[in-house]
Every structure is written in C-alpha cells, then in structure tokens.
Write a protein that binds this ligand. Sequence first.
Ligand code: GLU
Length: 299
Amino acid sequence: MAEETMPSPLRQKPVYRFAPSPNGLLHLGHALSAFLNHDMARDNGGRFLLRIEDIDQTRCTPELERAIYDDLGWLGLDWEKPARRQSEHFEEYRVALDRLIEAGLAYPAFLSRGETKAIVRTFEAEGGLWPRDPDGAPLYPAIDRERPRVERDALLVSGRPHAWRLDMEKAIHAIGSPLFWQESGDGETGQIEALPALWGDVVLSRSDAPSSYHLSVVVDDALQGITHVVRGMDLYHATAIHRLLQHLLDLPQPAYHHHRLILGADGRKLSKSEGSTGLSALRSEGAAPSDIRRLVGLL
Ligand code: GLU
C-alpha cells in the first residue's frame, strides 16, 4: 500500500532532527538546517528533535551548548525536550562498535595523525599520488589493517593508544550487493547509489573519543526513530558511510534531504568562527528571526 493511502494509525509519524555540535556558535547555515527540519516536521505532522553532537569533549563546551538553545529559542523553534546529548550515550556507541569488532569488520589503528601525515607526505614527495576521500583527506594507510595478528594483539596488550577503524573492503564484501539511499534534497534526487569505498577505512572511535561522528550518527538516528535526515550538502557523500553502517548494524534507513549550503562572501562554506554570519551577532545587531529566514532564502 502506498504511504499516502495508509490509514493513519499505521502510518509512521515522520521524525526530524537538527543535530549541531557545540564546538562553535551557530551561523546562518545552521539556521537554514534548523528551519527546514522544524518546518518539514510541522508541515508533515511530524516531530522535531534536537540532538547535541558533543562526542568531541575537547572542543565542545557547556557555554556553546547553551548558546545553541538560546539561538534556537530566539528563532522561535520548539523542539521536544530534553535534547539528546551524545556525551550521555557513549555506552550505546560502544555496543555498536563491539558488534563490528566481533564481526571482524573493525581493526585497531595505532598510527597517530602525525605518523599518518608523514607517510602520505613521503609518498607524495616521491611523486606518488595518495588516494583521498570526497572531502580531500588522505585515506588511512593499510599498515594497521595488514598488521599480523600477533603484533596487533601485542600492541593492544601493551596499552598503546589506538582508534578503531572499519575494514572497508571486508565490510563492502560482507554486504555483497550495492547500497542506495533515498534523496530528496537540492542536488541529485531519487535512489542514489552509496559509494562507501571512496572513504577508505573510516574511523569508528578514537583514542580520545569513544565514538566517531559516523558511528554515533547512525546509532542515534536509529535510537531516536529518525525517519528523515535533513542536513547540509557537505554531508551528502558521507551518507554512503552511514548507509553501510546501518546495513552492518541492522538499523533502519531514514530518507535523506541534503540542502544547499549558505556560502560566505568569499564563496566558501561558512565556518563557526565567522562572526558576521553568527546568529548571536546578528541578533545583537538588531536582526529579527524573520530577517534570518530572509537571509537564508526562506521568505
Ligand atoms: N553534527 C553535524 C554538524 O554539526 C551534523 C550531523 C548530521 O546532521 O548528520 O555538522
């Protein structure tokens, strides 16, 4: 039966979420995301949730989290309280990580950022072209994936700090058939083929953070019953990783809507340090919420 014709008790209420990280002040790009999620929830009889993505405890602060609540409240957006805070759910991400480790799809990665950079630099200085992910970051070297088991175990026992990374090739092999996602955003729409291989062995947890963005986002979207993920185009390609993890962890797949980005005067994506487009700066200059809607092209 088509979704539109289902009797209402059987129809799942759509669930949307806005998921900012409190590692900087919200800017116009966040406002567009928050407005779209809020408005779509309202127009489709759905729920609007807020998730605070604060797994990176070195960069996220309580002040910035408070600023998120203030800014969203000022914009007139009403989310279900309380917001889910990722820092309160590390155990749930751990369970998901353990499952991937037990399935033999994750391996401990011992290289520091500096060591990884040095390997890439040396390779490129010799004229090689190191493969990069869709965001332009070098793929993680194969060295830890290919490490003999005894050596890997000895390093683990010695307490050497490590991340956990997904063995991308094995994970794709375990699934065996192509993956797709349903897209309705501002770029290509319809069934989009997910190409997770482009990202190499993505990080699942770090030595200083018990979960990565990719792992926690899929776990949370499932636990919160998110049916529609509405977020910026900068996360379009990362959706391939999310679809892969959802499949590996038997999690439901939401529909996706990646919206246009708000660009700065220099034509680049806004950054959190960009004061002039910060919502609190605009507010203190006398802007009203309707001005913000206009600035992001919604009025
Ligand atoms: N926390 C991410 C950010 O602030 C958004 C994650 C998502 O919407 O999936 O960019």
